[in-house]
Design a protein around this ligand. Sequence first.
Ligand code: UDP
Ligand code: MG
Length: 323
Amino acid sequence: MISVVVPIYNEEELICQFHEAVANALDSAGGEWEVVYVNDGSVDSSLELLNGLQAADSRVTVVELSRNWGHMGAISAGLETARGRAVILMDGDFQDPPEVLPQLIDAWREGAEVVVAVRRSRQERSKVLAKLFPLFYRVLGALSDYPIPLNAGIFSLMDRKALDSVNAMGEKNRYLPGLRAWVGYQNAIVYYDRHDRLAGDGKLSFISRIKYAMDAITSFSYKPLRLSFALFCFSTCMAALLALSMLIVKSPLTMVGLGVSAAVFFIGGLVLLSVGVLGEYIGRVYDEVRGRPLSIISKVHRSSALMASQTSGYQDEKRHRAA
Ligand code: UDP
Ligand code: MG
């Protein structure tokens, strides 16, 4: 079975049309499916509409959250509820086009364990966001310590194995496109054109987008913590240059000025060095607190003879214990 997880917050204008499009796309891909709608504390009639869909079609599941928890909270709840062997994540505003679903499913059937939908082009109503999105991806690409496919949001398919690895990640400040790349497994990419939302306004506030961008960078990069080391090097070099230039100048007043500046840079450098050392420790504490695994096993290839002997050894032991 394939599950489709959709977070919903005040989407009453779109829900019925969206469900019809998703159901048609899934029917055309063939096989069993379910759609898990997560109602993220909507204050319009979204929940009633979703419950109506659920009453009419047993393949619809509605998860009702206790209040509005935000996009990532809704997605996490949906991922935990989905029961499929493969799970697709998409927004409910047609920005992730339902007609791309069969392509994601085909790539999974051909063996991919994570299929990422990457935007070939993007339409946004807001001019500011249209400028900021490419800038964000450029910064993330430059800073990230682990390669994350750029121009990709949540729209993707994950095999049960990959999904279980993502769900097991205990971190609270989640950047799902990053975690999805970080867990590994066999990846494939499907390209699509992202249009503007079909109706209504975007539901994410500018502040929550900034928080999400910060989550992305801080979850996958140590580089900002290491900035003080770079500044320390700069400050120390400046101190050395100023101290050396004291040997050239003749005027005592200039000499004093250079000496004071060199001292300021030198002391500033020492402070930056200590901040950098603290940063290294904080980075490690952050790693320990997040508790990400050291590695994730995808498969163990072992000869069947060895498997049989191990199984019988295990059964012997069980029998022995029972006796
Ligand atoms: N959404 C949600 N909770 C929120 C905000 C949004 O579940 O607090 C849902 C929303 O209904 C939509 C998806 O998340 O299905 C993406 O939201 P939106 O289209 O506003 O984000 P954008 O595409 O502008 O980044
Ligand atoms: Mg949207």
